[in-house]
Design a protein around this ligand. Sequence first.
Ligand SMILES: [Zn+2]
Length: 510
Amino acid sequence: MTFRVLTAELSHETNTFSRHSTGRQAFEDRYVLFGQEAVAARGDANTELAGFLDVGRKFDWQIEHVVSAAAGPSGKVEGAAFEWLAGSILAVAERGHFDGILLGLHGAMVVDFCEDGDGELLRRVRAMCGAEVPVAITLDSHANVTRQMCSLADIVVSFRTYPHVDMRETGLRAATILQATMVGDIDPRTIRVGRPMLEETNGGRTDAGPMIARLAVAEEYEKHPDVFAVSINAGFASTDAAEVGPTVLVTGQGDFDRHSSFANSIADDIWARRFETLNEYLTVDAAATLAARFDPGEGPLIVADYADNPGAGGYGDSAALLGALLERGVSNACVAPIVDADAVRVLSGFDVGDRISLELGGKVDPEFGGGPVSIEVELSGLSDGWFVGDGPMLGGLRRSFGPSAVVRVDDIEVLIVTVAQQILDLQQLKSFGIDPERKRVVALKSMHHFRAAFEPIAGKVIVCDSGALCTLAYERLPYQNVPRPIFPLDDGPYEHLSPAPRANSSAPLY
Ligand SMILES: [Zn+2]
C-alpha cells in the first residue's frame, strides 16, 4: 500500500523580550522554500526534511512537501506571517486523503495573537484532517512543549544533541514511528511532564554533564515494545509563556502510569541538579583579560558571548566584548558578528582601505549589552553576506547575513552584518576572508552551538555574559506570563518537589 504523507517544516524560537517582531521578511531572510525548491535545498542535508524523505523512499510514500520555513530567533511572530505559512500547509491539507502528517517544528513559537503557535498550527491541521489521521512532529530540544501540542500530535520526537547535529536522524525517527502507525502496528500517543524551571540548567547541552546519562536511560527505556520515543527538552527561557521550561515526553502505548513514572524520574533529576552549572560565565572584562595574555600554542582562544546570541533572539549588536578587547590591546583577534545594518550602509559608500569613523553596535537596546563603541576602522571588504556551511550543523546549507562588511580596528577584524545569525560554522568567518585558525583570539556570538565546529580548532574555550538580551541574569527580564514560583526567579516554595535548595548537594539519580 502506498501512503500519502503531507510534510512541512515551520520553525521559530520566539524570544518574547525582543524588540524585533518577526514578520514575513524575517522568514524570507532565513528561508522560505516551497515544494521541490525545499527538497532541492534541504533534502540531502542535515535537516528534518532529509530524514522524512529517507523514510519516504524506503516505504515508497507519496510525499507532498508543502514548505520549509524558518526565521532567526526573534520577537513574536506577526499574525500575517503565521497565516501565510500555516495557510500554505492547511491549503494542501484541505485537499485531503492524507494517510499521515509529518511536521518539522521548533516548538517555542509565540504568535502575536497566541502564546502557543505550534499548538495553534496543530489545532488547525487537526480541524482540517480529523482525529484519525496520525500526526507526527519533530521538535528542537529547546522547545517549550505545551499540553495542547502533545494532545494534538500522536508522535513527538525531539533532537537528542546540543549542539544540534541530529536533525536528519530526528526526522527519520519520527517518520519511522509514523510508518508503523499508518500500517496499524502501533497506536501511539504522547505524554508530557515538566518542572517549574525556565530551562534545564545547562540549556540541555549533551556534550558534557547530566544530560548524557539521562539520554542513555531514555534510550534504554525505548527498548520496551510499547515505547517509541522519549524526548528530553531543555525548554527555552526567553519565551515568557505559561508552559515554559524543561519537559520529558514519552510517545508510546499501553501502560501510561509506567511511562509517566519513568518521565517523572528524569524530570526529578533535572530538578534535583538545577544548581549544577557546567559553564563558568565570565564578565567581558575578565574574558578580555584572559584573552590579552592567552598563548595560542594549541589553537586560538574562543570567547563565546553567551548573552548576545542571535540564535536565542539576542540582537547580536552588543559591542561590549569588542570594547573590552580593544581596551586591553588584544592582538590578532576577530569578533563576529556585530549586527548593525546602519554601519554596513555607511561602510558600503567607501572603498577597501579607506579609514572611517564609526559608532558601532549597541543601538537596539543599550540596557542589554551596552551602547555603541566609537572607533576608527579600516575597511577590508564588502559582501552580500552569502555563505555555504561546511560544518556538522550547516554542511551544504546556504545562508546569508545580508549586506556585510569586514573592518579592521587596531589588530582586531570585525564582521559587521545586517541579518542576525549566531556563529556555528567556520564558513561564517572564512567566506568573508577571516581565518579563525590563524587567529589568537576568536570572539563570537553563540551560547553552545559554536562548539560543534570551533572546539576542534580551539586551544581553549571560555564563555562570557555581556549582559545582552539572553543574559543569565533572568531577574532583569520583565517576566509576566510564566507560572510562579519558578526557578531560578523565585526561591519557592516548591513543597511538592525536592526540599531546601543547596548548591551542588543533590545526589544524582543516574
Ligand atoms: Zn535548539
